[in-house]
Design a protein around this ligand. Structure first.
Ligand SMILES: CC(=O)N[C@H]1[C@@H](OP(=O)(O)OP(=O)(O)OC[C@H]2O[C@@H](n3ccc(=O)[nH]c3=O)[C@H](O)[C@@H]2O)O[C@H](CO)[C@@H](O)[C@@H]1O[C@H](C)C(=O)N[C@@H](C)C(=O)N[C@H](CCC(=O)O)C(=O)O
Ligand SMILES: Nc1ncnc2c1ncn2[C@@H]1O[C@H](COP(=O)(O)OP(=O)(O)OP(=O)(O)O)[C@@H](O)[C@H]1O
Ligand SMILES: N[C@H](CCC[C@H](N)C(=O)O)C(=O)O
Ligand SMILES: [Mg+2]
Length: 483
């Protein structure tokens, strides 16, 4: 593609306008001959330090900030916001996107909502995909993922591939990092969703306000004016999110007990399912959601709201809730012991998520709630004691173990949690911690293994070892039975 076509509204200068660009990247190590290299200011480095490296590898043009002092003979595209420009150029380069893309933000529930929206569309006969923390799922794929919101170039390429594979509807997660770093600025959105705001990523965002503002970019910058914004109505931050979306000119649709678009009239919990009465356009629909946890009902309502807002009949969308499968590792029943103790694997790795999950199992637990969890290294340290306090308040037995210590000393992470969790046991080895919880469980108890959900590895000191909470649960149950 010619540089001037790729640059679109951004100026290229006369010399380079007609050179051919063969690809684009923001990582100089991935530059190939003919590529445009985007120099981005990062958290650890500045891409401007790698211009020479990019040039050596064959870069044909550079995307740089207006203020940068550049010593290069290559054609330059100078812009105010290189990250945004890179996203816009990447989608121009790859061309196609599914005709209908929705994005959802919030602290907890994004993966579940993206997966549910895909399932509702599929139930309505549409070729649908979801993109997020657990990877990419579509009629033709089930790819494991690493980031919640992929990098802009990878995302643009993926969207084009999905469109080529016949996918017409895609739901994606918009993480605060993704929004802040403009990863999805090139995506054409048909609707957007908001679920909640809690404590997360305080290592990256200086304040909660900054975190909230990053999330609101979805409505005030990315969502086209007049497009539907589906907002969960029952969170502490709902009113502010709705205001922000309304001010940005979105068509706000509230879902939940305090909703106006989908109103949750009644909810009854059974062991592994819930029965709900939902009002849509003046009609009451009685549905059975085959998932435990009130938070899943909230997620299901946002997903149904997004599906309805993109053309699915309300009756069809709400009926589809009866066939929903939870996203992998989200309050997922990983096994049941011979005594009938359910063992759930859950991805709660932040305070509100842990609180929700522990509260969710209480109604059907006649004995003890046994919780096994830890916290990841190189992430927000402030959440550790908060999670320790929540676990000891809401469970009867707490076992503190390792999550992904990454580069940190694991014992230091555990100590920070234990300081706020009096009476908790400390078992560093995650396999042993899971086995201990399952071995001690008696009839009436519930075991929750939290923090890693769908993950298939444990990262310790820069190395990732194969590890699956699901497999460990199965192994521990089998060992208990044969003992
Ligand atoms: C903290 C964070 O978000 N970092 C992201 C950020 O990196 P950065 O800009 O800070 O990178 P940097 O190391 O300072 O380097 C600056 C620039 O120099 C470039 N560089 C660097 C070295 C070199 O030799 N040549 C070169 O060109 C880098 O490619 C980069 O463009 O921008 C990069 C490009 O977009 C991202 O890859 C990177 O995500 C890293 C991989 C990451 O781990 N991010 C996590 C924390 C994340 O994004 N998580 C969210 C939320 C998770 C959730 O809550 O679910 C997600 O969406 O997954
Ligand atoms: N609506 C919700 N409210 C509170 N907690 C929730 C909600 N939905 C899910 N959770 C909890 O958060 C965990 C993660 O859920 P999910 O993966 O759907 O959220 P996410 O926003 O994608 O999280 P992440 O940013 O970590 O990818 C679940 O395992 C559950 O413990
Ligand atoms: N996307 C999240 C995942 C955390 C998962 C948890 N197991 C941990 O390692 O902290 C993050 O990178 O902060
Ligand atoms: Mg997610």
């Amino acid at each position: 593609m010619k540089l001037c076509d790729l640059a679109g509204e951004f100026e290229t200068g006369p010399d380079g306008a007609h050179i051919d660009i063969t690809g684009l990247t923001s990582d100089s190590r991935r530059v190939e001959p003919g590529f445009l290299f985007a120099a981005l200011a990062g958290t650890k480095a500045n891409g401007e330090s790698f211009l020479a490296d990019a040039e050596r590898r064959g870069a044909a043009a550079l995307l740089v900030s207006k203020e940068a002092t550049i010593d290069s003979r290559l054609p330059l595209v100078r812009v105010d916001d290189p990250r945004r420009a890179l996203s816009l150029m990447a989608t121009r380069f790859y061309g196609r996107q599914p005709g209908c893309v929705v994005a959802v933000t919030g602290t907890s529930g994004k993966t579940s909502i993206a997966a549910f929206t895909r399932q509702i569309w599929a139930a309505a006969g549409l070729a649908a995909a979801s993109i997020g923390t657990t990877g990419v799922v579509s009629p033709g794929r089930n790819d494991y993922g690493t980031l919640t919101t992929p990098e802009p170039v990878a995302l643009a390429k993926l969207m084009a591939e999905l469109a080529d594979e016949g996918v017409t509807h895609a739901s994606m997660e918009a993480s605060s990092h993704g929004l802040d770093q403009r990863r999805l600025d090139g995506i054409r959105l048909s609707a957007a969703g908001f679920i909640n705001l809690g404590r997360d990523h305080m290592d990256y965002h200086p304040t909660v306000e900054d975190y909230f503002r990053a999330k609101m970019r979805l409505f005030d910058t990315l969502l086209p004016k007049g497009a539907p914004a589906v907002i969960f109505a029952d969170d502490e931050w709902s009113a502010r999110a709705a205001d922000a979306a309304r001010q940005a000119g979105a068509d706000v649709r509230l879902v939940g007990r305090a909703g106006d678009f989908l109103v949750l009239k009644r909810l009854e919990h059974e062991r592994h399912r819930q029965i709900a009465e939902i009002e849509a356009a003046g009609q009451i629909h009685r549905i059975v959601l085959p998932l435990a946890g009130e938070f899943q009902m909230a997620n299901a309502l946002v997903a149904a709201g997004l599906a309805i807002s993109t053309g699915v009949e309300p009756a069809i969308a709400l009926r589809a809730l009866e066939g929903l499968r939870g996203a992998p590792g989200r309050l997922e029943l990983a096994g049941t012991t011979r005594e009938g103790v359910p063992v759930f694997v859950d991805y709660a790795h932040k305070p509100e998520a842990l609180e929700n999950v522990l509260q969710s199992v209480r109604p059907f637990t006649t004995g003890r709630v046994i919780a096994v969890f830890g916290c990841g290294g190189d992430r927000d340290t402030g959440k550790r004691p908060i999670m320790g306090e929540i676990a000891s308040r809401l469970s009867d037995v707490v076992i503190v173990t390792d999550d992904n210590p990454r580069s940190e000393v694991p014992a230091t992470i555990r100590a920070a949690i234990l300081a706020a969790a009096p009476g908790a046991r400390e078992i560093a080895d995650r396999r042993e911690a899971i086995a201990t919880a399952i071995a001690m469980a008696e009839a009436g108890d519930t075991v929750i293994v939290a923090g890693k959900g769908h993950e298939n590895g444990q990262t310790i000191a820069g190395e990732t070892f194969p590890f699956s909470d699901h497999e460990e649960v199965r192994r521990a149950i089998a060992d208990k039975e044969s003992a």
